[in-house]
Design a protein around this ligand. Sequence first.
Ligand code: MN
Length: 740
Amino acid sequence: MPLESARSKPDETLRGRIEREISEAGAFVDLPLVLRAFDFSETAHSGQRRKSGESFMLHPAEVASIMLELLGPRADSVLLASALLHDVCEDTDVTIKRIESEFGAEVAAIVDGVTKISGLEFESPEAEQAENFRKMLLSMARDIRVILVKLGDRLHNMRTLEPLRPDQRERIARETRDVYAPLAHRLGIGKLKWELEDLSLKWLDPQAYHTLAEQVSVTRAERERFIDEMKQPVLERLREAGIRADVTGRAKHFFSIYRKMQVRGVRLEEMYDLFGVRVVTRTKAECYQALGIIHDLFVPVQDRFKDYIALPKTNLYQSLHTTVIGPNRRMVEIQIRTREMHMTAELGIAAHYSYKEGGPPDRELQEKFGGLFASAAEWESEAGDAQDFMDFLHLSLYQDEVFIFTPKRELKRLPKGSTPIDFAYMIHSQVGGHCVGARVNGRIVPLRYELRNGDIVEIITSSNAQPTKDWLGLVATSKARAKIRHHLNAREQQDSIALGRDMLQREFRRHRQKVPADKDLTDAAQALGFDETELLLAAVGRGDISAVHVFNKVHPPEVPKKPTSSSTVERLKNLAFRDGGGLRIQDIDNLMIRIAQCCSPVPGERVVGIVTRGRGVSVHRIDCPNTFDSTIQPERRMAVQWDVDADRTFLVKLVVYGRERGGLLADIAEAITGSGTNIRRAEVDSDSTSARGNFVVAVKNLGHLRRVIGAIRKVRGVTRIERHHQISEPRKQGGEEWDS
Ligand code: MN
């Protein structure tokens, strides 16, 4: 939940509102001190107005409200007074010295920490910005409250960007996205980070923001129904196990949806995880128990389980994450954590730091936060330039990314796990396509080298190098992946064309006909439904259409019925039609056609016919391993189309695995028949913990098969369903698929 903007009640003064909010938060503070800070600030800012025309005092008061909302009873007097006074030294004549004598050294140090440097000359706006960040981080190392006030200040400014000029809005939003939100993330303050990110998206890509907001609100009612449907059984089972837990639905934040869409290159409609479920328990052990219960109720999605309890993130975040197939076969992400972990997820460092004790955060806490403070402190002694400092800041904030340098020392940002290939494609697709290696910090490294922060990377290219299939496993950026795929596809097409041309030439030579040039095939290509000759050649090369068939288009057999041709197809024409009902082979009738039993294709799947000696044509799924056998001459492959009678069925064997719970296999059988499907044969096998069933089912087509699988998947306890090759159904014809 984003922090809600605080509002005054009717007839309430701003001062009265702060007083009320302090008591509502249950914070034990030195109220006279806070109110004195309010009065001091109001006097200092008197007459000043915000761009919106409102009294300036509204701003520091809102920052104090944000602190109270964020920290509740943990908010302290120094923090609140500093929030109220944070702009006094920057925007009025009041000095830090004056603040110190009025409110003490702690308040003065925080106010100083958030006040921009003045009175110094900078060579560039970037240098000034860098110095201000450095100053802020150094103060933060001494007192974490500096960053809380600064983030609260930024949040209120982001909420009220509207009246500013477009270029100002964009600059502030960009800085928020690039520095403040990552800083909040780094310190684990999820509550502030999310709202800062969503607001920066609102101003940096307003169209995307509003589309997301609309979509998310459209699906809200549906989402709540869905969550309810999931919640009930979970709560019930948790209660049975004696676990008291809160189960809530949660909408994903716009920015995280947006980033995922960009990283994966998908549209909003394709995003399945717009919302999730959160389970908050009392103890760590209960987290794992709850996980077991959820995995028992819903089928978990493989490879989507993460244990951040055993391995916390660098910002101390802890939770179990899993994705399951929920009602209506929708994927839902579930987070499971204790109350304490939840607090850390929302407040981060602020949840771990007690201000009552005073002083800076202890060393251990500093270490836990990745040495961000310690590194900031080091900068005090080292006199690096502004750009160096900004580089350092980015290095410490973006842990999921690596920063590298070009040989010209330009800084480039890449996702963690990137290799020189990613970097090469980032420079240019030509560089990517021809890279053979890289020099990192002066040493030659292989292409699989994982780039590290600070590496100076130079790409080595060679004009005759080109991408290979294993590069797909080496890259981390979507750009590199897309370019490599594109290249591989284009090359495969070229290979198919060359192979197709070769096969056709052989076929023509076999018939002692003049080998045609590409242009001589134009008519045949069009007659066969290809716009270009190359597409026809590629289809022949891939085996989608046979060379014989193309040859017959160019040289139609003189007397089609005459069984004198030597071609296999001609001979087969005279064989009896047997059980191929529902299939058409090219334009030839009366072929003996059989459904291959190794892959048992069903209508709706792409198939290919393989001519067998003396036994007609057997029809396989296009991806059946048996069709890749190198002993099959290309001429024996034939294009096949489905042409199904309405009541014809096809046998498919399904192997279903599950956790035995008594009656599992019976439930599966019931689900299959319940979907209107006949079971031809069933074999079951189970022990005390697991069960396995083989079901041979009769389906009409692919849609029907999917329906059956869907019905089985809904059965509680089912963990895996496989479609099996090699049905050992008593054979009607017997014999092998082909002899070679
Ligand atoms: Mn401010």
